[in-house]
Write a protein that binds this ligand. Structure first.
Ligand code: FES
Length: 114
């Protein structure tokens, strides 16, 4: 198991990027719930953030791809608007252990090719 961060390190309405042995992930906290995804847009497979740890559009309600502006639901990872509409971000299973965001590194899989 690998600890990514303390749960409090991802503030409400914000996001945070991680790298685990060459795999890039990001977490978003919404309504006190954490969501963890591969940092790959289902359109072209590019990283999503427009600045370090900045994965959300203006009011923080949706995830936005910096390359072509696709918008994704935070809860489901589904693309609502953009060239990959209907596709979803690849969610990563995680656990909260003693206030830390933890993943099983062996279960990290590369998302399907786009
Ligand atoms: S690469 Fe993300 S919308 Fe095109």
């Amino acid at each position: 198991m690998i600890t990514l961060c303390k749960t409090e390190d991802v503030k409400e309405g914000n996001s945070k990027g991680f790298e685990v042995n060459g795999t890039f992930l990001f977490a978003v906290k919404k309504d006190k719930q954490l969501h963890l995804y591969h940092n790959r847009c289902p359109h072209l497979g590019t990283p999503l953030e427009w600045e370090e740890d900045r994965f959300l559009e203006g009011d923080g309600a949706l995830i936005r791809c910096a390359t072509h502006g696709a918008l994704f639901e935070i809860d489901s990872g589904q693309c609502l608007v953009g060239p990959c509409k209907g596709k979803t971000l690849h969610a990563i299973a995680f656990e909260i252990q003693e206030g830390e965001l933890v993943i099983d590194e062996s279960r990290l899989k590369q998302p399907m090719a786009f």
